[in-house]
Design a binder for this molecule. Structure first.
Ligand code: HEM
Length: 133
């Protein structure tokens, strides 16, 4: 497995554990009615599990498994940039919504996430090809 895939997949597992923990806290709060403030975790729960876990795991496995050119995965710099942009953006969105920061912080995070997808596609697109081409 290439080094970048290990980073993507290990990060996705960390977000899975954290996202499930936040979900469990909200669920416990729902049953026990501890404090309404627990509901502030909901957007972070969604962000960590949909972007941090699902999207990131897909990127990590795709980078590893998509067809190669002989043994090369092409220019890997955009894929590394995608890792940095996705995680930086995700953390900005999560922290921004949790701390009630100004809206532009979450917006900047979302833009970084969109840029991560574009950067990832730069590496992945030419690798989507029939066998032997
Ligand atoms: C990959 C796994 C998961 C994903 C993608 C996910 C995603 C979501 C989403 C999108 C919502 C918002 C639903 C809505 O507003 O209608 C939500 C709500 C919630 N999730 Fe998760 N979730 C996951 C796993 C879990 C787990 C494992 C737990 C508990 C241990 C959990 C607990 C909750 C709770 C308590 C809510 C709030 C439900 C409510 O509005 O009453 N989630 N989740």
């Amino acid at each position: 497995m290439p080094r970048l895939s290990t980073w993507f997949i290990k990060a996705s597992l960390i977000y899975l554990a954290t996202g499930f923990t936040l979900g469990a806290l909200m669920l416990a709060n729902k049953g026990l009615r501890l404090d309404p403030a627990f509901w502030r975790l909901l957007p972070v729960h969604i962000e960590l599990l949909l972007t941090g876990w699902i999207v990131q795991l897909a990127m990590g496995v795709a980078f590893w498994i998509l067809p190669r050119f002989q043994s090369s995965r092409g220019d890997v710099r955009p894929a590394w940039a995608a890792f940095a942009l996705l995680n930086g953006g995700l953390l900005l969105v999560a922290a921004g919504t949790l701390l009630g920061a100004p809206g532009w912080i979450a917006l900047a995070g979302r833009l970084a996430e969109v840029a991560a997808v574009a950067a990832f596609a730069l590496n992945a697109w030419p690798r989507v090809k029939p066998i032997g081409v």
